[in-house]
Design a protein around this ligand. Structure first.
Ligand code: FMN
Length: 214
């Protein structure tokens, strides 16, 4: 009889322990799910863009810059914070003159300034940075942006519009300018497509974001 009582107590202990462990596991899983959901809500995206209106190659005079159009599609996708770089100097609104000014800036390795504030990159989980290709490179004003803001430890996605030369090494150049950041695969779209084929462009943007895991 004594042995039977001891055996029964042993059985009760085992079942009690198992239940406690199961409950702890369920509580832990639920807590992890809540944290994941909170993380998803807290995932903050910033889009930084430089883009000009006026006369542009292949599209005539435009009142919305080509890169600007793409940048808004990206920002809409994430409901992101957004900043359009506003230069202190006025760039020519004719294409030929603009190419000359841009060439001069590049030859001088200039750092043109902008007047509007950029939110602190450190507050964001993911940052898209876009501009038109100018003479095979980022417009020089973007190097001012790279150097005057703290992108260290941040994940950056470059994007551009162009008229034939594609991404033009935007990713490598961005990585060189921001060596402590992680630069992901970039997106290149033809400016005239962004301007004139917006539905197609939207699909390209969405496909790119999907492929990139967003
Ligand atoms: C100064 C200047 C230089 C350019 N250089 C290139 C180039 O090297 N390769 C290219 O494919 N397109 C080049 N383009 C075309 C632009 O990248 C293209 O028109 C872009 O979509 C303009 O974008 P935005 O309207 O956002 O400023 C250049 C345009 C300008 C104004």
């Amino acid at each position: 009889m004594k042995k039977l009582v001891i055996f029964l107590i042993f059985l009760l202990c085992i079942s009690g322990c198992t239940k406690k462990e199961e409950t702890e596991t369920i509580v832990k899983e639920e807590t992890e799910n809540v944290i994941e959901e909170e993380d998803a809500d807290d995932f903050k995206v910033l889009v930084i863009c430089f883009s000009l209106k006026g006369e542009q190659y292949n599209v005539g005079v435009i009142d919305e810059g080509n890169t600007y159009i793409v940048s808004l599609m990206i920002a809409d996708h994430f409901d992101a914070d957004y900043v359009l770089i506003q230069p202190n100097k006025e760039y020519p609104d004719t294409y030929k003159e603009l190419t000359e000014v841009a060439k001069e800036e590049q030859n001088e390795n200039a750092r043109p300034t902008y007047w509007n504030p950029i939110p602190d990159p450190q507050s964001y989980d993911l940052i898209f940075i876009g501009a038109p290709v100018w003479w095979g490179d980022w417009p020089m004003i973007m190097y001012t942006v790279f150097e005057n803001n703290d992108f260290s430890g941040k994940t950056l996605v470059p994007f551009c519009t162009h008229e034939g030369s594609g991404l033009s090494g935007f990713d490598k150049k961005l990585q060189d300018a921001c060596p402590d950041s992680t630069v992901l695969k970039g997106l290149a779209i033809r400016g005239s497509d962004a301007q004139n084929k917006r539905d197609d462009t939207k699909k390209v943007v969405e496909d790119f974001l999907k492929e990139s895991g967003y």
